[in-house]
Ligand binder design. Sequence first.
Ligand SMILES: NC(=O)c1ccc[n+]([C@@H]2O[C@H](COP(=O)([O-])OP(=O)(O)OC[C@H]3O[C@@H](n4cnc5c(N)ncnc54)[C@H](O)[C@@H]3O)[C@@H](O)[C@H]2O)c1
Ligand SMILES: Nc1ncnc2c1ncn2[C@@H]1O[C@H](COP(=O)(O)OP(=O)(O)OP(=O)(O)O)[C@@H](O)[C@H]1O
Length: 276
Amino acid sequence: MDVDVGIVAQRGNERAQQLTEALLDVLESDSVAVAVDEETGDAIDVVSVPVTEMADSDLVVSIGGDGTLLFVAREVGSTPILGVNLGEVGFLNAVSPADAVDVVTDLVDRLRRGDPLERRTLERLRARGDGWTLEPALNEIVVHGPRRGHGGGATIEIRVDGTRYADGHADGVLVATPTGSTAYNLSEGGPLVHPTADALVVTQMAAEDSMPPLVVDPGAELELAVTGAETAYAISDGRNRHQLESPATVSVSLAADPVTLVGPRTNFFDGLEKLE
Ligand SMILES: NC(=O)c1ccc[n+]([C@@H]2O[C@H](COP(=O)([O-])OP(=O)(O)OC[C@H]3O[C@@H](n4cnc5c(N)ncnc54)[C@H](O)[C@@H]3O)[C@@H](O)[C@H]2O)c1
Ligand SMILES: Nc1ncnc2c1ncn2[C@@H]1O[C@H](COP(=O)(O)OP(=O)(O)OP(=O)(O)O)[C@@H](O)[C@H]1O
């Protein structure tokens, strides 16, 4: 079958741009249709497309750090993504730049032959309120007061399937997926979730009278009810935010469209060493 590949390289990163050129050379000489993101296309002077249009590709290669992969996932939804690590942490990106050409050509050969790719499905979270919805989060949904730190939090009641778990003043509360358990959740004292476990984590951020982080079933209906703050925010993966007028209730549940990763897996326990 014909194979379409999208490549997104971290903005302004010359190594990512050079790797894009190397992939373009190999793939185009093998008659593979390749689309490059607009920022990278301008930098290396090739034709480009908006990243959203790569949602129709068979494979999207994300070259950069975790932030770049989160960005690609936001734009292409459930389209298969391969993460190549050029970031400082790169927890979500399993492939080293040196292996990228081999791994991509192997995946393209399999797609051509119609062989199924091994896919890993990463659940996402959807936050919604009265008349608004955030983009799905691969890491976490955060609800926090006007700012972090002294004088900045809010009173946030946490409800699980309609029943109150915790209530009180905190900088904020976050709901993390297993993927996001190693990110903001970990800095706020939440537990690591092994990638094969089906669970969500609810963690208070600097609460005055704290309750332990709570692990819930992924099917749980979570509500974060905000009072006692002039303004507050609901934020998806640190980038997509909605301003709340207190009192406000944010509902968090699994999104319908998970992210699909392909290619080699990262070793979760080895990856933890990068976080220190
Ligand atoms: N105090 C904190 O730990 C803190 C604060 C703000 C945001 N964040 C995280 O940053 C994410 C947004 O990423 P960004 O790159 O756009 O912003 P960013 O550049 O500020 O990234 C923050 C750091 O989080 C790391 N990271 C992101 N996702 C990860 C994951 N699943 N596991 C391990 N490390 C991960 C990144 O590599 C980077 O080092 C948010 O979803 C949130 O989890 C963390
Ligand atoms: N090709 C691109 N086109 C448009 N925006 C991009 C592109 N690459 C990166 N970005 C923007 O930059 C953000 C992520 O890059 P960021 O500088 O945070 O680096 P990173 O991938 O997390 O790597 P590092 O680990 O080195 O910080 C994305 O959320 C997105 O907004």
